[in-house]
Design a protein around this ligand. Structure first.
Ligand SMILES: Nc1ncnc2c1ncn2[C@@H]1O[C@H](COP(=O)(O)OP(=O)(O)OP(=O)(O)O)[C@@H](O)[C@H]1O
Ligand SMILES: [Mg+2]
Length: 226
């Protein structure tokens, strides 16, 4: 058994349902999870099972109906200012539908994300774009990039401030197989060399194979994959 400090991210008894016109769907049913410091975890499960819902809760974008999330031993509260502060310092997010700012170049999308965190942009932006194979679009706006290029810029943006936890929702969803593996190599490298903790949702068994551990979402809970 590890101590609480071995875990950078935990969730306890998360419940979440959506109410919409004509119905209610309960997505998370008391979900528990614990991610170790430096771990690369893959989350798999069928479409609609609640993976993105979980990701948005862990990323402090949405709130569970009940349950507790801790990040680096901080218990997440309902207070907006605290949540914003934790999100900015601790979390890097890559969404399933990445949303770069359309009026900014690739480079400025990354730099803007640093500035809102009070970090002065430096050479790291260019290095990340280079490492991700998108240095050639650094000065272009998203509308002048391919979908895969936009996705890789979104990865650079998520990593730029060196978040404690990188949450990636199908980061390779718009990439061809070669670019997908190239991106996994980059994530694996940041995981191994910088100790970057990563939680990644994927539909691909092959890409999940880059992770240290795979969990499967089933009936609103996570079960170990075997
Ligand atoms: N705003 C909403 N209102 C009502 N239902 C919603 C809402 N958002 C999600 N859902 C439902 O909640 C369930 C979980 O959605 P979620 O996006 O978390 O699934 P997912 O596992 O990420 O799926 P995918 O693999 O397709 O991305 C789905 O059944 C979906 O229809
Ligand atoms: Mg999803």
């Amino acid at each position: 058994m590890g101590t609480a400090n071995d875990y950078i991210l935990t969730a306890k008894k998360l419940y979440k349902s959506y109410v919409y016109k004509g119905g209610r769907v309960e997505v998370l049913h008391g979900l528990d999870m614990a991610v170790k410091r430096g771990e690369f975890l893959a989350v798999m499960g069928p479409s609609g099972c609640g993976k993105s819902t979980l990701m948005h809760i862990l990323g402090l974008i949405s709130r569970p109906e009940s349950g507790v999330v801790t990040i680096d031993s901080h218990t997440v509260t309902n207070r907006n200012r605290e949540r914003t502060q934790l999100r900015r310092t601790m979390i890097g997010l890559i969404f399933q539908r990445f949303n770069l700012i359309s009026v900014l170049s690739a480079e400025n999308n990354v730099n803007m994300s640093l500035r809102v965190r009070g970090i002065r942009p430096d050479g790291r932006t260019g290095e990340l774009l280079e490492a991700l194979g998108v240095a050639h679009v650094a000065k272009r706006k998203p509308s002048a990039m391919s979908i895969g290029e936009q996705q890789r810029v979104a990865v650079a943006r998520a990593l730029a401030h060196r978040p404690k936890v990188l949450l990636a929702d199908e980061p390779t969803g718009s990439l061809d197989s070669v670019s997908g593996h190239a991106l996994m190599d980059i994530l694996k490298k940041t995981n191994r060399d910088d100790g970057q903790t990563i939680v990644m949702i994927t539909h691909s068994e092959e890409l999940a194979g880059y992770a240290d551990r795979i969990v499967y979402m089933q009936d609103g809970l996570l079960v170990d994959h075997n």
